[in-house]
Write a protein that binds this ligand. Structure first.
Ligand SMILES: NC(=O)c1ccc[n+]([C@@H]2O[C@H](COP(=O)([O-])OP(=O)(O)OC[C@H]3O[C@@H](n4cnc5c(N)ncnc54)[C@H](O)[C@@H]3O)[C@@H](O)[C@H]2O)c1
Length: 273
C-alpha cells in the first residue's frame, strides 16, 4: 500500500541488476511512493541484466555509469540535473569483490583485486558524494544511503575482503555525513541488511548456510529485499530528517543476539556432557 511518502522527491538509484536486486525493489517502491529517479548501473550490467524493464516500468531515465569513474559519475549527474535539477535521495547499492568472485582465500588475497574491491564497493560511495557535494546537487534535508553487512563489525569467515570494504563504506558514511550535514543538512547513513538472495549475495561462499544461520539467530527472521526497500523509503522520507551518520541494522534482531534456543536445538548438544 503506497502512502506517497516520496511525492515530489527526485533521486538516483545505483545498482539494480535484475528483479532480485535490493535496488530493484527500492526503485519499484520509490515509484509507488511518488518519487522520480534516474536508474544507473555499470555498462556491463546494462548489457547483462534486465534493468531496461525496470526503467520502462518506472518511467526512469537509464544512464550507464561505472561508479568508480569520476567522468561517468559526472556524466550521470549532468543527465540527472537535466531531468530533475537538484536531488533529494541517492541509493548506493553496489558491491563486488574480484577476490570473492575468483574464490581467492582471505589469507592469500590478490592486492590488485583488493584495491578493486575497495574502489567498487566503498570508495565509489565517496566519489559519488564528492561529485554531488562539489556541484551542490543535493537539496537541503536530502538523504543518501549505502547498503552494508554486519561483517564490517564481526568476522564471517567466507565474507573475505568484502568485510574490509564494508567497514570502509560505513566509515565514509559517517565522515561524509558530518561534512554534508554541515554544508546543506544532507543526511548520510548505511543500512546493514540480512543475507539476501541476490546475484552479489549468493556469490559469497556458504551463502545458503548464512541464510539458514540468519533465520535461526534472528527473532524476527531474515529481512527480505522488499523489507529492505521499505526501510530505504522511510530513510528517504521526511520522517527521518535527523537520522544521520548511522549504521542501521535491518536484520530481524541478528546483530544483538548471542545465541538462540532454536540454534541449540539444531546443534543437539548433549546436556549431560
Ligand atoms: N545480498 C545480500 O546478502 C546483502 C546483504 C547485505 C548488504 N548487501 C549489499 O547490498 C548492495 C546491493 O547488492 P544486492 O544484494 O542487491 O546484489 P546485486 O548483485 O543485485 O547488486 C550489486 C550491484 O552492484 C553493481 N555494480 C558492480 N560493480 C559496479 C560498478 N563498477 N559501477 C556501478 N555498479 C556496479 C552490479 O551491477 C549490481 O547491480 C551491495 O552493496 C551489497 O553488498 C547485500
Amino acid at each position: 500500500m503506497a502512502h506517497q511518502l516520496l511525492q515530489g522527491k527526485k533521486g538516483i538509484i545505483f545498482g539494480a541488476l535484475d528483479e532480485n536486486s535490493i535496488a530493484w525493489k527500492v526503485a519499484e517502491k520509490a515509484h509507488e511512493e511518488g518519487a522520480q529517479f534516474v536508474l544507473t548501473n555499470a555498462p556491463v550490467a546494462l548489457r547483462l541484466g534486465t534493468i531496461n524493464e525496470l526503467a520502462e516500468k518506472t518511467g526512469a531515465p537509464l544512464v550507464p555509469a561505472d561508479a568508480t569513474s569520476i567522468d561517468d559519475i559526472n556524466n550521470l549527474l549532468d543527465e540527472a540535473e537535466k531531468h530533475f535539477g537538484k536531488l533529494d535521495f541517492v541509493l548506493h547499492s553496489i558491491g563486488m569483490s574480484p577476490n570473492v568472485r575468483k574464490k581467492r582465500d582471505y589469507t592469500n588475497l590478490n592486492y590488485d583485486w583488493l584495491n578493486k574491491t575497495y574502489d567498487v564497493s566503498a570508495v565509489s560511495f565517496h566519489k559519488i558524494m564528492q561529485s554531488l557535494y562539489k556541484r551542490d546537487m543535493m537539496n537541503e534535508w536530502g538523504s543518501i544511503l549505502g547498503l552494508t553487512y554486519i561483517a564490517a563489525q564481526r568476522t564471517f569467515g567466507e565474507y573475505n575482503d568484502m568485510a574490509e570494504a564494508k567497514a570502509l563504506l560505513e566509515s565514509i558514511a559517517r565522515s561524509f555525513g558530518y561534512h554534508y550535514g554541515k554544508k546543506s543538512k544532507v543526511r548520510v547513513n548505511t543500512i546493514s541488511q540480512s543475507p539476501t538472495p541476490t546475484t552479489a549475495g549468493t556469490g559469497v561462499g556458504g551463502f545458503n548456510k548464512m541464510l539458514e544461520y540468519g533465520k535461526l539467530m534472528s527473532p524476527l527472521g531474515n529481512a527480505t529485499a522488499e523489507e529492505c526497500a521499505n526501510y530505504c523509503i522511510m530513510m528517504f522520507s521526511d520522517f527521518t530528517k535527523k537520522v544521520t551518520m548511522q549504521n542501521l541494522y535491518h536484520d530481524g534482531g541478528f546483530s544483538n543476539m548471542g545465541v538462540t534456543t532454536e540454534l541449540f536445538d539444531v546443534m543437539n548438544f548433549d546436556e549431560e556432557a
